[in-house]
Design a protein around this ligand. Structure first.
Ligand SMILES: N[C@@H](CCC(=O)N[C@@H](CS)C(=O)NCC(=O)O)C(=O)O
Length: 275
């Protein structure tokens, strides 16, 4: 990480991605808040590299918010916050912004909606670091509730997905059922939405079995350490539009490179959310 930790000078709207130089994305080797940015950098054909922190404790106080992801831009400094980094990239690289204002606001909105799901996953779902964060009732309510009239705070995953499905259907009226929210299909919102959907999907039925013994958990985690699979494979079965989007975006060569190799990171991201 460069020594320019606190400065953030001279950013102009007229600068394009081509003027950015080689940017560096700092993030942990887990499939959580870094992959959407890696996808945007890769799909946007930007000059970038990824780095896993080698001494996070030392690095933490030098980052803008004591957290990763952080994007290091030569001559500019460090940008923290996943959403800020993604919006910055869309500002610099038209490929990531959508073709017009309508596509741009669609992209920004699905980015926010995907983050809402991420926040709930963070609150309720086991991760490789923390398990049993809430009661089984709360966990089931998160996964199963489809009631769109509930307060946003209590809305379940299926209600979140239903709103996104409606967005997809609106885009499909313009673009056909092509698995895209925007003409190019690689906007920052689509990078973020794919990332969150990928955290949800897996060939293993999600389980909230609190009696699962530690060694069973450990072996399940090993089985699921492949970042191409996540928690609940059937989660999109009632959302044909989102399913089409997910499968199309996943099949892209650059997406596959991120999933399998980490793109320009030294290796792939490991599964973070677990059953
Ligand atoms: N609001 C931040 C949250 C970032 C965040 O939660 N980062 C976590 C990893 S996903 C982190 O840096 N954890 C290490 C720590 O807090 O020391 C964003 O959206 O980028």
């Amino acid at each position: 990480m460069s020594s320019c930790f606190s400065c953030f000078s001279g950013m102009t709207r007229s600068q394009t991605s081509k003027d950015l130089g080689k940017v560096k994305l700092h993030y942990f080797n887990v499939f959580a808040k870094g992959p959407a940015i890696a996808l945007a950098l890769h799909h946007g054909n930007l000059d970038w590299e990824g780095e896993f922190p080698s001494a996070w404790k030392d690095m933490k106080p030098q980052t803008p918010f004591g957290e990763l992801p952080v994007l290091e831009v030569p001559g500019q400094g460090l940008i923290g916050q996943e959403a800020a980094i993604l919006h910055y990239l869309a500002l610099k690289e038209p490929l990531l912004a959508g073709a017009d204002d309508e596509e741009m606001v669609t992209s920004f909105q699905i980015l926010g909606a995907a983050e809402d799901i991420y926040q709930k996953l963070s609150k309720y779902q086991n991760t490789i670091g923390v398990v049993d964060k809430c009661s089984l009732e709360q966990l089931s309510a998160f996964w199963d509730s489809a009631d769109e009239s509930k307060h946003a705070r209590e809305r379940g995953l299926n209600a979140h997905l239903a709103f996104l499905e409606k967005f997809y259907m609106k885009a499909a009226q313009r673009l056909g059922n092509a698995g895209k929210f925007t003409k190019k299909g690689i906007s920052i919102g689509e990078c973020k939405l794919f990332t969150v959907l990928h955290c949800l999907v897996a060939p293993f039925k999600y389980r909230s079995d609190r009696t699962l013994r530690t060694e069973q958990r450990a072996s399940l985690r090993t089985e699921r350490s492949d970042a191409t699979v996540m928690i609940k494979p059937t989660v999109l079965e009632h959302f044909q539009g989102l399913s089409t989007f997910y499968n199309r975006f996943k099949s892209l060569e650059k997406t596959q490179d991120i999933l399998q190799n980490g793109g320009r990171f030294p290796g792939p991201f490991k599964q973070y959310f677990i059953a």
